[in-house]
Design a protein around this ligand. Structure first.
Ligand code: FE
Length: 157
């Protein structure tokens, strides 16, 4: 009995932790589990970027030149990813950040799609492709998260 109670407390703790990082709004489809599901709820560009790993053309996305205060969330699941506080003008034509929101996570892996290794960045919650991270960013991290606007939803503060 005591073991069951302890297990319940642990499960409850992790559930609350997960929920606190997941804002309710901006969820396109909480039940989507396949590419076909996502195709129904995303725009063609959002689908190409988040499901197929494509890259929007530089200086064409809706957030590369956005200077408003607020939060950038995953366009698919609403997970908080990047804050305007860590956004900076990299000159690349894509929204650029030097860090992820504290407490949030992205998953990283190496891809060789354009002939040399790059570190791909995905939403840790739903697996959406977001962009890449490079080690030529500003202090304090030295990182440049180069993210597609099409993978993000901006919520103004
Ligand atoms: Fe996501």
């Amino acid at each position: 009995m005591k073991t069951i109670l302890n297990s319940s407390i642990i499960v409850l703790f992790f559930s609350l932790t997960a929920c606190s990082q997941t804002p309710a709004p901006a969820v396109k489809n909480p039940t989507a589990s396949s590419k076909e599901d996502w195709k129904k709820v995303l725009t063609p560009e959002q689908y190409a970027v988040t499901c197929e790993g494509s890259t929007e053309r530089a200086f064409t996305g809706k957030y590369w030149n956005n200077h408003e205060d607020g939060m950038y969330k995953c366009v698919r699941c609403g997970y908080q990813l990047f804050s305007s506080e860590t956004k900076y003008d990299s000159g690349s034509g894509w929204p650029s950040f030097y860090d992820v929101v504290p407490g949030s996570k992205v998953s990283k892996s190496t891809d060789n799609e354009i002939g040399y290794p790059r570190t791909e960045v995905k939403c840790a919650k739903c697996g959406a492709h977001l962009g890449h991270v490079f080690e030529d960013g500003p202090n304090p991290t030295g990182l440049r998260y180069c993210i597609n606007s099409a993978a993000l939803d901006f919520e103004k503060k």
